[in-house]
Design a protein around this ligand. Structure first.
Ligand code: GLY
Length: 426
């Protein structure tokens, strides 16, 4: 099969790396890809959000299957456009991708179908939003309604902080149109766990549980990023909890989307909080998470292409999805100053040494110069990913490999997976 993956970050490198192992995939393309992806796929210089150009390319090159990974093209209807052109495509249609693209939609859905989540209100008027925060008090959570590169959520410790976030979004246009509507919700407490699930419109098959680290600095300090590292599985996610989440959250969500005439096919990302009152949905995403995908696909035993096809064909109940025993950890190496301001273009050394140490190094933001040297080319640069028999060892392996890689201003967190590993994680 001739397969095209849409996107160009660490998540897409992991997807291409896994698809390249499939005997079914004879030709693999990625648009736009990156320098690391070019090791396993042919990169095509089309922007991930250029729906027309992507469809035209897929048609002209007789692509058999397209895997759309990022949120923006999904919300823009890339899967709908590919299907209309007769090309099978993995990912939700725009009317289902809205579960991520509009927080107001997803909160309404949860309320209507009694899916457990935090109490909330939606606002389009700044003064009403400021008043509501005043009445509710802090801590409180402010969310931009639309897509904001994973940075549209403020967990405010004080009323003043929440109000500043509201002004930034609704008056200052911090997230453009995405912040014109906001959702304000009660702050939940408890361990966070993420569960990504394959969906075919009717059936839902959860992957291993995982957890990412969104803040820039150790100890969950600093600004929100796209994700500074992740591990899987989460020791917090017991089999009893998995059963409860399936009954109370996963199946009800997939059934709700079907009942709304928005059947969800693709990967549904459940961001969960394990509160004292039970698991609650913090957020939905309509896609593979980044960087959760890097450790997750490192643990997947089954052919990813078989799974993607089953999601599209509605036959997810007919395949057996297997995971390797043990655990995996991904440490993101970022450019110093990310997510605010950073420089790019620095040479990267030690990639081969990291691979020799047993890690898989997924590229997020890299390019190659005319001599073939890899250079930094983005905020998140690399995701150093290692597997092992248990989480503490996977964490150690990932950090040992990461220590071999160098570039100017490199920044990474030193505590990915460490708190939970120190608690005796699986
Ligand atoms: N790691 C969070 C996300 O992909 O949105």
């Amino acid at each position: 099969m001739k397969v095209l993956v849409v996107g160009g970050g660490g998540r897409e490198h992991a997807i291409c790396w896994k698809l390249a192992q499939s005997p079914k995939v004879t030709e693999l393309y990625c648009a736009p890809g990156n320098a690391g992806i070019a090791q396993v796929a042919q990169c095509v210089p089309i922007k991930a959000t250029d729906v027309d150009a992507m469809v035209a390319y897929a048609k002209e090159n007789a692509v058999d299957f397209v895997m759309v990974a990022p949120d923006d093209p999904l919300a823009l209807g890339m899967v709908d456009a590919l299907e209309a052109a007769g090309i099978p495509a993995f990912g939700p249609r725009a009317n289902a991708a809205i579960i991520e693209a509009s927080k107001a939609f997803s909160k309404e859905l949860m309320k209507k179908y009694r899916i457990p989540t935090a109490k909330y209100e939606t606002f389009t008027d700044l003064s009403a939003a400021l008043r509501y925060v005043e009445e509710q008090g802090a801590p409180i959570v402010v969310k931009a309604d639309g897509l904001a590169l994973g940075k549209g959520v403020t967990v405010a410790a004080t009323v003043a902080e929440a109000q500043e976030a509201l002004r930034d979004m609704m008056e200052g246009g911090k997230f453009g149109k995405s912040g014109a509507t906001v959702v304000i919700e009660a702050c939940m407490t408890g361990p966070e766990v993420t569960v990504l699930a394959f969906c075919d419109g009717k059936h839902v098959v959860p992957m291993l549980s995982s957890q990412d680290h969104k803040r820039a600095f150790d100890g969950d300090q600093g600004p929100n990023t796209g994700g500074m590292g992740a591990f899987c599985p989460s020791p917090h996610y017991t089999p009893a909890l998995a059963e409860r989440c399936m009954e109370e959250i996963f199946l009800p969500t997939v059934r709700a989307m079907e009942a709304e005439g928005r059947p969800f096919k693709g990967v549904l990302y459940f961001g969960l909080m394990l509160t004292p009152d039970g698991p609650r949905v913090v957020e939905y995403n309509a896609r593979f998470g980044d960087p959760e995908t890097q450790p997750l696909l490192s643990m997947l035993d089954t052919d990813l292409m078989d799974i993607l096809e089953a999601c599209v064909n509605g036959t997810l109940d007919q395949i057996d999805i297997r995971w390797r025993p043990g655990a995996a950890c991904c440490v993101v190496l970022a450019s110093g100053g990310y997510p605010v301001r950073y420089q790019s273009g620095f040479p990267i050394s030690g990639l081969e040494e990291a691979a020799k140490a047993g890690a898989t190094v997924f590229h997020a933001g890299t390019k190659r110069d005319e001599n073939g040297t890899y250079l930094t080319a983005g905020g998140r640069v690399l995701g150093v990913t290692a597997t092992a028999a248990d989480l503490p060892e996977a964490v150690r392996n990932a950090y040992a490999a990461a220590a071999r890689i160098h570039f100017n201003d490199v920044h990474f967190r030193h505590d990915i997976g460490q708190k939970i590993a120190a608690e005796g994680g699986n």
